[in-house]
Ligand binder design. Structure first.
Ligand SMILES: Nc1nc2c(ncn2[C@@H]2O[C@H](COP(=O)(O)OP(=O)(O)OP(=O)(O)O)[C@@H](O)[C@H]2O)c(=O)[nH]1
Ligand SMILES: [Mg+2]
Length: 360
């Protein structure tokens, strides 16, 4: 899972990036990379319990990749270029400034995260409009030259996408048939992807994220909206606290009222808006977490591990995490009958522990 950070200048993107990935970035990276890449491990206590049962030689947790843009320009970046590289992300994390610090000026005026939500959505819609128009211009030429029916079909789809964007309708909400949607997905339109809003709070509010969200009217979000959800914390405070000795850090968190860490909130929130689930493969050699898009069937999920497993799929031996914990071991689960055989069409659930049987 790959998330691109979005946000107006000085909203705290790099601070959050450092907190999430543990990367120490004091200056822009060497060269002209348009973004930094960092990796965060997904906190999942289930892995720790599975390790106790299987005692594997190796433990592999799932990870989230974050992209932090380095080449941010002024507030009115009304072209597609600044977003070009970040397009390949699966979704975005939009850092919204809610801290008032006179030493860090806000080009657009005072603190107003709701304005920034609208502002970013407008920017993304415009950036998509620019790219769809460019794409259509090229298609126009090749349709005229080659009369290729594929090009004509593509043009027809993109014209509908453009018409939607002109009415400020995100690509996600364009009415498309499943195969058309698949095609459109390949263009990596920005407004085709979900956004998790991150409200970057002041120290005074960092112990009460819900109140922070309410203050700015940002509690809501929805699966069909660009900002599909919101979370809130103070990236800078937590970064500072994390640099203390563990004992002192614990004390500070308590004093500040931080019960749910910023890292956990963001990673959980992102998995939610991106509809990501986890299954596990467990044995003496390795206990491993694998991410997959929720509501994928067993044969497809097998392909997350290896394409041979998908192609040569025979069956999946499945047990729910909860059932394994209740049984205490695979042998006990087998006796209880909670370990079951499933076929290729089985919709895999979050927390399933799976052994795939396949032939090559
Ligand atoms: N007071 C306060 N300052 C913060 C907070 N988060 C970030 N800052 C400060 O705001 C400034 C900008 O933070 P960055 O993390 O560099 O913001 P950015 O979005 O990466 O900025 P650009 O990449 O330049 O657009 C820095 O001086 C931070 O220390 C916060 O929660 N409270
Ligand atoms: Mg930055």
């Amino acid at each position: 899972m790959k998330l691109g950070l979005l946000g107006f200048p000085s909203s705290g993107k790099t601070t959050l990036f450092r907190l999430l990935t543990g990367a120490s970035v004091d200056s822009a990276p060497a060269g002209k990379d348009p973004f930094r890449v960092g990796v965060a491990r997904v906190p999942d206590p289930r892995i720790d319990h599975l390790v106790k049962i299987f005692r594997p030689k190796k433990i592999t947790r799932s990870t989230v990749e974050f992209l932090d843009p380095t080449a941010v320009r002024g507030p009115a970046r009304r072209e597609a270029a600044p977003y070009q590289e970040i397009r390949t992300a699966d979704g975005f994390l939009h850092v919204l400034r809610a801290f008032a610090d006179p030493s860090v000026p806000i080009p657009e005026g005072g603190v107003d995260p709701a304005r920034d939500v609208r502002g970013m959505e407008t920017e993304l819609l415009l950036a998509d409009l620019v790219s769809v128009e460019k794409r259509l211009e090229k298609l126009e030429i090749s349709v005229r030259k080659n009369r290729n029916p594929d090009d004509q079909a593509e043009r027809e789809i993109l014209e509908r996408v453009r018409a939607g964007l002109e009415k400020e309708r995100p690509v996600r909400q364009t009415d498309l048939r499943p195969e058309e949607r698949k095609k459109v997905r390949g263009f990596d339109f920005l407004t085709d992807k979900p956004i998790l809003g991150f409200l970057n709070l002041d120290e005074a509010d960092c112990g009460n994220p819900d109140a922070g969200l309410r203050k700015y009217g940002l509690e809501a979000g929805g699966a069909d909206q660009l900002h599909a959800g919101f979370c809130a914390a103070s990236a800078r405070i937590e970064l500072e606290v994390n640099q203390l000795d563990p004992g002192d850090a614990e004390e500070f968190r308590k004093d500040l009222g931080i019960t749910d860490s910023c890292r956990d909130q963001v990673i959980r929130g992102a998995r939610g808006v991106l509809d990501q689930a986890t299954f596990f493969t467990c044995g003496e050699t390795e206990v491993r977490a694998w991410d997959f898009p929720a509501s994928m069937v067993a044969q497809k999920v097998a392909g997350r591990i290896h394409s041979d497993m998908e192609r040569g799929f025979i069956r999946a031996e499945v047990i729910a995490y909860k059932d394994l914990m209740e049984a205490g071991s695979m042998a006990a689960a087998r006796e209880r009958g909670t370990l079951r055989m499933e076929g290729r069409e089985y919709p895999v659930l979050d927390g399933d522990i799976i052994t795939f049987r396949f032939h090559v």
